[in-house]
Design a protein around this ligand. Structure first.
Ligand SMILES: [Zn+2]
Length: 145
């Protein structure tokens, strides 16, 4: 059986790049696991709010105080969410949203293979390269380039 995006997920999907939308629609059709969209396009203001999580401004400099959620400050370093080239997904398991690594890896498998079949180059946050953040952003998918 094929899953369908909720109205909310569809609204979020509509905020991102057309290639990403096509891949998400096809991936959900093929997917063995249901999934939804928590966030698509992001304003600079929202990116700055997220950057501030886990950080404090001390003497004009950002200092890390706890777990960060993004490396992108929204101005000097922009997130692909700001250009509508990224989405955050969740798995939907047993009637609720799951951010479990194993569930999101299943979602990533179908999204990445579908993207490849469609000739769209997508990168998954679960495989981001930087050493200290490796595998930190499992919900995140973005267009490469
Ligand atoms: Zn993201």
């Amino acid at each position: 059986m094929a899953f369908k995006f909720s109205r909310t997920s569809n609204e979020r999907k509509a905020t991102v790049h057309a290639d990403l939308q096509r891949v998400l629609d096809e991936a959900l059709r093929r997917s063995p696991i249901d999934f939804g969209i928590t966030e698509g396009h992001r304003t600079t203001e929202r990116q700055q709010e997220l950057f501030a999580i886990g950080r404090e401004l001390r003497d004009g400099k950002w200092v890390e105080v706890s777990r960060r959620v993004t490396n992108c400050d929204g101005v000097e370093k922009k997130s692909k969410h700001q250009s509508g080239e990224a989405v955050d997904l969740y798995a939907f398991v047993n009637g609720k949203a799951s951010f479990d690594q194993a569930h999101l890896a299943l979602v990533a498998g179908v999204v990445l293979s579908t993207a490849k079949d469609m000739g769209v180059d997508i990168r998954w946050g679960g495989t981001f390269g930087s050493k200290d953040l490796k595998g930190w952003d499992y919900p995140h998918f973005e267009l490469r380039g």
